[in-house]
Write a protein that binds this ligand. Sequence first.
Ligand code: CA
Length: 249
Amino acid sequence: MHLPAEPSERLSGGPSLSNRPIIFVVEDEEDIARLISHNLQAAGFEVQSFVSGASVLTEAVRELPSLFLLDVMLPGTDGFELCRQIRQTPALSAIPIIFLTAKTSEADRVKGLELGGDDYITKPFSPRELVARIRTVLRGLGHPSSGTEVLRFGDLEIDISSMTVQVAGHNVLTTVREFRLLEYLASHRGRVLTRDQLLDAVWKETPFVTPRSIDVYIRRLREKIEPDPRHPQYLKTLRGIGYRFEVPR
Ligand code: CA
């Protein structure tokens, strides 16, 4: 189904004609949206701005942006709900999401992470910082491993080249960070990894992620890959130390 974007919703944009990475910006405060748009374009990105979430998904499926920058407080569908919808849309589920918000509480950060956000920028922010954070998240997509390695453990299959996960033959949708965390743990199976080691490996340049965030990601991964998330067979907790990927017998 293709719904036309309402013209009033669009501040800039049009069909993509270049190979520059497209950033979808959803921000209802027009002066901030203009500031972001100006700076991202100057930094070499193409920008499509939306003042509400209404037509974002439809447009995103058509344009496949490189990244979403979502304000949390939006009229109608808020940024968190939009994130949830993006993560549930197969064509969009692996596209990185950065939240942009005045809210700074730990609870909101954790919520953003739980919903699949990759980073979180609080207002006011400097345009330079914004561009740097976007570049960092986009760089995180460049995959360190090459080749066509597939890791198989019982019903679990982790395909490193295509960044896909299957459980008992069914595709499981993961975000880029979830995938990289799972891949890292599985590649170091049998070894105990501390939260700090996992942070270094998967979130190197993302300053807002705390060791506590690792627990959020592990919980989400368990819900996706474990037959019984409360009694995990792959992702084991070592109380007070960290996590270990175990190969079930
Ligand atoms: Ca807002």
